[in-house]
Design a protein around this ligand. Structure first.
Ligand SMILES: [Zn+2]
Length: 117
């Protein structure tokens, strides 16, 4: 269908930011909710608190003299998470709305409330 015309479906990333609450909607971590720790918008990846934990071996450090296994979050594909609205507590899509003073707010498409406090 390449070059078929004017209609171009743009799949925009949800406007997820650090500290947003998100729910995983696909993959083995499906259903888990956590706060966004880090976003890599170039790679389309997101790091979510306590989600997609992987075990890593840490080398013994000079300070503690011991190594061990530590658990750490591994990045998820950003399209596998959805923002959870803190007003209606539903996984939702968000849209940007411009206020009269020109500032932008992110609004929950389900309940219409701004999700930023
Ligand atoms: Zn809502």
């Amino acid at each position: 269908m390449a070059g078929s015309g004017a209609v171009e479906v743009q799949k925009k990333h949800p406007k997820i930011r650090k500290d947003d609450k998100v729910i995983v909607i696909a993959g083995k971590e499906k259903g888990k909710i956590g706060g966004v720790l880090k976003i890599d918008s170039e790679k389309g990846r997101v790091l979510v608190e306590k989600v997609n934990m992987v075990k890593r071996h840490s080398k013994p450090s000079m300070q503690t003299g011991q190594g061990g296994i530590i658990e750490k979050e591994a990045p998820l594909n950003i399209s596998n998470v959805m923002i959870v609205c803190n007003k209606c507590t539903e996984p939702t899509r968000i849209e940007s709305r411009r206020l009269e003073d020109g500032s932008k707010v992110r609004v929950c498409k389900k309940c219409g409330e701004p999700i930023d406090d």
